[in-house]
Design a protein around this ligand. Structure first.
Ligand SMILES: [Zn+2]
Length: 130
């Protein structure tokens, strides 16, 4: 599916709202070698639109890992765990930072028990930096 055109004003709004931080792992775009990307939280292939409430600023690692996914499978009980949505959920309700690691606090973010994509992304990012 071709990438949609995102008007510059809308792109700027998304970047400013996120204060330059990836809304999934909180890495600032100045700390990444490439610019952050505009993520469609609900992917276009699932009917997501290019509107403010469906867009998030994401680093390339998070955006590529998430792709068009909406949920992950809990490896322990095989339940479906919705992915974190930065427009409808508060990051700090689901995660906390412990130095450079993201610790999950809920089923959506519990990195200790669940194979949440965001912890995987953060681990991949941390490993790539070390
Ligand atoms: Zn990220």
């Amino acid at each position: 599916m071709p990438r949609p055109h995102i008007p510059n004003a809308l792109r700027r709004l998304v970047i400013e709202r996120a204060r330059g931080l990836c809304e999934y792992c909180l890495v600032h775009q100045d700390d990444r070698p490439e610019s952050h990307q505009i993520d469609h939280i609900l992917a276009l292939k699932h009917g997501g639109e290019t509107v403010n409430d469906n867009l998030a600023l994401a680093c390339a690692v998070c955006n590529n890992y998430k792709g068009a996914d909406l949920a992950s499978i809990d490896p322990f009980d095989r339940s479906i765990v919705p992915l974190f949505n930065p427009r409808t959920q508060n990051w700090h309700d689901h995660f906390r930072l412990d130095a450079a690691r993201i610790i999950g606090l809920t089923p959506t973010g519990d990195a200790r028990r669940r194979s949440c994509y965001i912890s995987t992304m953060k681990n991949a990012y941390t490993s790539a930096r070390n």
